[in-house]
Structure formats: C-alpha cells, structure tokens
Design a protein around this ligand. Structure first.
Ligand SMILES: Nc1ncnc2c1ncn2[C@@H]1O[C@H](COP(=O)(O)OP(=O)(O)O)[C@@H](O)[C@H]1O
Ligand SMILES: [Mg+2]
Length: 355
C-alpha cells in the first residue's frame, strides 16, 4: 500500500508546540506533505523565525514520520510566517505585525541598551525588524546605533527610516538639530509619538520595537491608543527601588489593556573582565522572583558587563561587537522568548477570549 498523506499527518499530530500546548497539525503549522515512494518531506511553518525550539521540533517531526510503517527517509523544512496582530480601523502602522513597547519604571536601567540588542537579535534570525525611539526626553538610539550624524530624507511625503545592522529605525534625535532642547508638554508628546508612527515609511515589519520614555507618562498612553500593542516588556535592575517601580508600570499597562510580555532583568551580575566569572552585586529581588510576584513571564537576565556600556557608547551594540560574550547569548535567548510570547498572544487573539 502506498503511503498516504493522512498517515503522515496522523504521526505529526503527536508533535506538540510547547508554548501553545496544541499539536502542530491542529494549529495549522503543517503546510505541505510530499511523498515520493518511501521518502517523505514536509514543510512546517512556525509563527516566528526566532523560535527557540525550532531544531527540537524539527527533530521530533522527523522521528515521528520515521515511525510510520514504510517510511525510509524524512526531511522536514522549518519556515516561519509571523502572525499579524489585530489592526483595527485607524491603525497607523497596518504593515507592522507586532508592535512591542519596551518600558521601565525609571531611567538608567538599560532600557535603550536592551531594546537595540533585542532588535538586532530578532533581525539575526531573519525577521524584519524596526526600532522606534519614542523616548522623547532622551533619544539615545541614534548614538547607540552609530547613526548620530544621519539625517533622514523624505519620499512621497513620508520619512524614510535609517538602516543600521539590518534594522529600520527612527528617532526624534534624527529630526532635532544638535543641542536643540524641547520643553515637552503632554499633548506634544502624544503628537510626536503619533508622527513617528504615521509619518514614517515603516513598510512591512515582523516586529517594531518601541523604546518608551521611562515611567508611565503620555507616550505609553498614546502609543497604546494609536497602534494596538502586542504587548510590553518591562526592563528592571535587581535594585529594590527599580523592582518596586516596575510593579507600578505593570499595573498601568494592564489598565491600558496591553499585555505584559515579560520582565527583563538588566545588570543582573557582574562579569569579571579578567576571568569572566559572574558575581552578584545588588542584593535586591531577582528578575525571576519579581516576575513571579507580578505574575508575568520572566524573559531573562543580562549581566552587567563594561563591554556592554563601551559598545553602546561606540555606536556598535554589544551583540554585534562582542557576539560570543555572555550578554549576547542572553540577548538572543530573551529575543527568542519574546518572539514566542508574541506568537502566543497573536494565536490566542484569533479566537474570542473571555475577558
Ligand atoms: N548590562 C549592562 N552592562 C553594563 N552597562 C550597561 C548595561 N546595560 C546598560 N548599561 C549602561 O548603562 C547606561 C544606561 O543605559 P541606557 O540603555 O541608556 O538606559 P535607559 O534607556 O534605561 O535610560 C548606559 O551607559 C549603558 O551603556
Ligand atoms: Mg534610554
């Protein structure tokens, strides 16, 4: 009896997506099955190219197919198609599949550093990534990305993003003259955030990461209203105060109906420049404990490493300048978890959910 597609699909029904807790067939991830005698090839489409369990899933699929009687070879190709967030009427960035805001309760916790490195980590996996510096009080993305001297031009009435390290980015820093100070009032912040979304030719993106100003002011509010967020990432440090303030941000975003995608703990331990050993320096609550207390996902920790700071100052983010150091591995792992959270949120929104 020749092999049937049904037999292959039945075998694949045993492969579960670890985050979505359903099998990959009923999730609709199996896109093509081709059978040539006893050789089976299958294409599986995941919800993000940054999936941390991609290889594990591929191996599991291959093993399951090989268990089918009569199969002598199995080859599984993994592809990805990032699922779209909901884009209601009036959405300013309909081509953006996931808009993810990076927030912190207070300044100086490394929010911008984490944002640029996560953006590059996502782009490294093949995703199309944009970076919006909405920190109108202290736009630092141009400096961190080595693009301070850039001035964007416009085409057909839209501002063209600046490209660096495979990322499309925009910042108020590009649009202000050097040394030009802006005295912000609430409505101006909202208007500027709106412009940075509406007047920029973002095009088609899988992920747009938005570096918010610290705290819970007008920018996060307007952002959440203008472009429904997939969710928010909270960056904190192990200090007690930072952790407390992070809790307040979580409450605000919950009220704005923006899911908290998780907590990133930055400057979590000191990496000795000589021996590479990691030692804890702050005594406060760990990121993991904080996430548990706030009942939100824990995305991971990034160590305190002078190389991170030097890289940011030199305009080449540390994931590019020091790709094999500990913090770069941390950024990649966090990016993978974040992409999975985005997929989980997008999939759960497809079916109506009880509130
Ligand atoms: N993990 C880290 N290790 C060492 N220095 C860091 C780390 N993260 C951030 N920094 C440094 O801390 C300072 C504040 O970081 P920044 O990203 O500008 O914070 P924020 O955007 O929250 O104000 C910068 O000088 C940055 O280079
Ligand atoms: Mg910043």
């Amino acid at each position: 009896m020749p092999l049937s597609e049904q037999e292959v699909l039945d075998a694949l029904r045993h492969v579960m997506d670890p985050d979505l807790h359903r099998d990959i067939v009923s999730l609709g991830f199996v896109k093509a099955v081709s059978i040539d005698g006893s050789d089976v090839s299958v294409r599986v489409e995941l919800t993000t190219p940054a999936c941390p369990v991609k290889d594990q899933l591929r191996e599991e699929c291959e093993a399951r197919i090989l268990e089918v009687a009569g199969v002598t070879s199995a080859s599984v190709e993994m592809t990805a198609q990032v699922r779209q967030r909901q884009t209601p009427q009036g959405d300013l960035i309909p081509g953006v599949k996931h808009c993810i805001a990076i927030a912190s309760g207070k300044g100086g916790v490394g929010k911008s550093t984490v944002t640029v490195n996560l953006a590059i980590a996502l782009a490294e996996t093949g995703a199309k990534v944009g970076l919006l510096d909405a920190d109108v009080y202290g736009p630092s993305i141009p400096m961190m990305m080595g693009a301070e001297a850039e001035r964007p031009f416009t085409s057909e009435g839209k501002i063209i993003p600046i490209e660096r390290f495979g990322i499309s980015m925009m910042s108020l820093g590009f649009l202000l003259e050097e040394g030009q100070a802006v005295l912000w009032r609430g409505p101006m912040v909202a208007g500027t955030v709106k412009q940075l979304l509406e007047d920029v030719a973002w095009g088609e993106l899988d992920y747009l990461l938005v570096d918010l100003p610290p705290g819970t002011g007008d920018a996060p509010m307007s952002l959440a209203q203008l472009a429904p967020l997939t969710g928010v990432v909270i960056v904190t440090t192990p200090h007690h105060v930072a952790a407390n303030i992070a809790g307040k941000s979580v409450q605000l975003f919950r009220r704005l109906n923006a899911p908290i995608m998780g907590v990133v703990e930055n400057m979590a331990g000191f990496v000795c420049p000589n021996c590479g050993e990691v030692s804890q320096i702050f005594a406060g609550m760990s990121g993991e404990e904080l996430a548990k207390k706030l009942d939100v996902p824990y995305l991971g920790s990034v160590p305190l490493d002078p190389a991170v700071s030097a890289a940011g100052d030199n305009g080449v983010p540390s994931i590019v300048s020091d790709p094999s150091r500990l913090q770069s591995a941390s950024f990649r792992a966090i990016a993978g978890k974040l992409a999975r959270e985005a997929s989980i949120i997008a999939m759960s929104r497809r079916a109506p959910q009880p509130v």
